[in-house]
Design a protein around this ligand. Structure first.
Ligand code: TYD
Length: 138
């Protein structure tokens, strides 16, 4: 399975008279082993989350409830925006992609499944530093 730097992934939805069920298997539906899960919720409408890139961390994001927008920037090709709103459609993001989350609906729950434990030194929080690091590797 070859993955680009970011990609929408549609997960299986099993529907019957009792409702829907969706599942994610590490290294099958998403291209990494899962080390951590966290979720973001009760975000005021005017707030932006993220605004950073990761050096090594892979991430898969699912709008478990509600909706929000994610803007991605690889520092080369410009910005690509995704509006996530279906709990069975998530967004995979590879390392070295700048991301910003906004436009959260009041009921939004943003589930983040990631490949690393929380490590402050994996974060690139300054956009100019991010661009410098991208240019070094081109
Ligand atoms: P932050 O990285 O600012 O959230 P986001 O980028 O998703 O908007 O994280 C907010 C705070 O929570 C910050 O002090 C770091 C802490 N934190 C943890 O302790 N563990 C975690 O797994 C995460 C994601 C954040």
């Amino acid at each position: 399975m070859r993955f680009p730097k970011y990609k929408l992934i549609e997960l299986t939805k099993i529907t019957d008279g009792r409702g829907n069920l969706t599942f994610i298997e590490a290294e099958r539906h998403i291209p990494f082993k899962i080390k951590r899960i966290y979720f973001i919720y009760d975000v005021p409408r005017d707030q932006i989350r993220g605004s950073h890139a990761h050096k090594k961390l892979h991430q898969f994001i699912i709008p478990i409830n509600g909706s929000f927008t994610i803007a991605l920037d690889d520092g080369i090709r410009g910005i690509k925006k995704y509006h996530l709103m279906k709990p069975n459609v998530g967004l995979y993001i590879a390392p070295m992609i700048w991301r910003e989350f906004n436009n959260f609906s009041d009921d939004a729950v943003c589930l983040c499944i990631v490949s690393e434990f929380y490590k402050n030194n994996d974060y690139i929080r300054n956009y100019e530093d991010f661009i410098k690091m991208v240019k070094k590797h081109v």
